[in-house]
Design a protein around this ligand. Sequence first.
Ligand code: RB5
Length: 154
Amino acid sequence: MPPNEIAIGSDHAGFELKSVIKELLENLGYIPVDYGTEDSCSVDYPDYAFKVSEAVSKGVFRRGILICGTGLGMSIVANKFPGVRATLCHDPYTARMSRLHNDSNILVLGGRVLDSEVACEIVKVWVETPFEGGRHLRRLEKIRLIEEKIRNGV
Ligand code: RB5
């Protein structure tokens, strides 16, 4: 799990923003590992959400970024994976809080709703903000217990 590698994936609606975010990540000293898509041809977001979320859930990467048109579809899929805390962020404030309080490990962006400058600010804040811990650890533990109950069919 190299700390500076970040898995990234998008559908066609997020493809353009993905290229911008990859360049930003490189400039910030991270290595984006691209799970596709490769161009603007229409594809299905669950396929790309699956690849990145599975890799984060299994611990191959500590963090991932997913981009579709609104960010909604990617969020729905990503949060089905155990241990994934995917957060759809619309501004630097939600990005900061998603790290401080939720220990977000997948950042989700909407390529059709975000200006690329704002998207870059969001990514910068998200990669640079640490988890606050403290009382938020207790809350994350409750999420883990919910996942365990679901796994056991409760
Ligand atoms: C694709 O048209 C669009 O539905 C997708 O990118 C995403 O916004 C779904 O939530």
